[in-house]
Design a protein around this ligand. Sequence first.
Ligand code: SF4
Ligand code: ZN
Ligand code: ZN
Length: 333
Amino acid sequence: MFWRGFLLVVCDICGLRGARVFQAYSGLRLCGECFVESVRSRVWGEVERWGLIGPGDSVLLAVSGGKDSYVMLESLALRYKASRLVGLSIIEGIPGYNREDDVRALVDFAKGYGVDVVVVSVRDYVGLSVYEMVREARSRGLVESACTFCGLSRRHIMDYYARMLGASKVATAHNLDDEVQTLVINMLRGDVIGVVKVHPLSPHPEGGVRRVKPLRKVYEWETAAYAMLRGFRFQETECMFIEENPTLRAKVRIALYDLEREHPGSLLRLLEYFDKTLQDAIKTVEPKGSTSTCSRCGALTTQGRGLCKLCELLERAGLTEPRYTRLRLSVKR
Ligand code: SF4
Ligand code: ZN
Ligand code: ZN
């Protein structure tokens, strides 16, 4: 819970400044400075605990301009040399969503920490924006959610830039709420591989760049409070396709919010329990078999697949030619 201007109770940590945030799961009332420090320490602690960023790593930070990406960028920039970090901001091309001034603000913010941000659009990379892909696919009768086009395109672009820029890790700003939602959804679906993938020590495909989530122990409300206390100017506009997020995720999100409200700390304990329980077992999981390359765009894909998931989706949507051409040209060989 975030209190604006609450000054009657002193901070439980420093005992000096007025408390501004009540961390229900820990029972602590914290001043702005101590709260911000507690979030950063949790990010750094999680990174160190699982070796998410090792001594030789250079990291591509996937930053959208939302509150979570600001928190990730600042926390990591305060800990690691700027020369080891580079941001990647992907413009999906969704009307009203990608505002130029928000992207500018993000680039300037990163520059303040000496971190460069590469700004790239889905249209430049795939040949069509997310909005255009969805519109064209629907005009051909394919009812696939916009989030599927968007997610696959973004993943493709992240992998491509990670390889091109020589990054050994890709960091995304998924928070604790996102992580637990994914865990529960995979459990409800009986998707064992999906469950294993949530663990930070999960094996990743050979040749692929490992994804890491430094904010996985920070609640979403905490990233919002952090961003407000630090005065970040983050993007708040919602995507017009937000309603198309899978229904199960929406239901799980609501159920977990209710659970957390009634039993503060439930999400954190659930993820901690999962991390600890699988910690030893996960070391025995065989790394995913070798990968092959997509015959159309050259991206890495699961062995045995002719086309990667994005090319397959675009083909089903009838979007192979003539506009869908730039992908192949832009892949580094
Ligand atoms: Fe992309 Fe869906 Fe998120 Fe919109 S709501 S930005 S389409 S993933
Ligand atoms: Zn304090
Ligand atoms: Zn492909």
